[in-house]
Design a protein around this ligand. Structure first.
Ligand SMILES: Cc1cc2nc3c(=O)[nH]c(=O)nc-3n(C[C@H](O)[C@H](O)[C@H](O)COP(=O)(O)O)c2cc1C
Length: 204
């Protein structure tokens, strides 16, 4: 993605306004905007989407494009935004070793990106062979970062979400040790890394 006038979509699964996730994402957004990108943020905490029904109606027809869900809620609009974006920031804190429930709810609705007829045991991902986009993955935990990256599923879940929508990771930002303060501030070192990784999203 060498074109700096790219459209970047941020999908933020944090519950906390101005928490560590919001702060890390804000630094990345500022850098992307300085480099000429158009950035749109979706806060899942404010977004009206329902749980997947597991009905698999959306998975029965082949094709590269996501199919329509039987539920008519905010997800259709969000899929349009995903399709129109050139790259992504996917962000979620670690709760009980994984992405937040609101991020997982969003992820399950990404089943529209799978072709999975009833006679097949496994889904095929519609975007598996399409040109790849890039995604910056952002997470955090109360545990030390090195432990969080190694032990928790958060980053691999964010990666799965990215791959499902046709993107590979351009980098991961994981902030540890942020659980001892009710109003944690993004450490300077992490801020600097967020800037570097945001630039790398445009020029991997
Ligand atoms: C319900 C809940 C579960 C959590 N589970 C974990 C966990 O399993 N491991 C961990 O290191 N931190 C855990 N934490 C700490 C969060 O990861 C930390 O508060 C979060 O990264 C902050 O992100 P935010 O500022 O965007 O809310 C948990 C916090 C809450 C409230």
């Amino acid at each position: 993605m060498t074109n700096h006038s790219s459209k970047i979509l941020v999908i933020n699964g944090s519950y906390r306004v101005d928490g560590i996730t919001d702060q890390a994402v804000d630094v990345a957004i500022k850098t992307l905007e300085e480099l000429g990108s158009e950035v749109e943020s979706v806060f899942l905490r404010e977004y009206k989407i329902e749980f997947c029904f597991n009905c698999r109606e959306c998975t029965q027809q082949p094709g590269d494009m996501p199919r329509e869900c039987v539920q008519h809620d905010g997800m259709q609009k969000l899929i349009e935004k995903i399709e129109q974006a050139d790259g992504y920031i996917l962000a979620s804190p670690t709760n009980f070793g994984s992405v937040t429930a609101i991020f997982k709810r969003f992820m399950e609705r990404l089943i529209v990106y799978a072709y999975w007829p009833w006679e097949n045991n496994f889904p095929e991902f519609r975007k598996a062979n399409t040109p790849r986009k890039k995604a910056l993955l952002i997470s955090s935990s109360a545990a030390p970062g090195i432990f969080g990256r190694w032990r928790y599923s958060t980053i691999s879940q964010l990666k799965t979400a990215a791959q499902t929508i046709g993107a590979d990771s351009s980098g991961t930002l994981f902030t540890g040790l942020i659980g001892r303060d009710p109003g944690p501030q993004l450490p300077r070192k992490v801020e600097a890394k967020a800037r570097i990784l945001a630039a790398k999203l445009l020029n991997p």
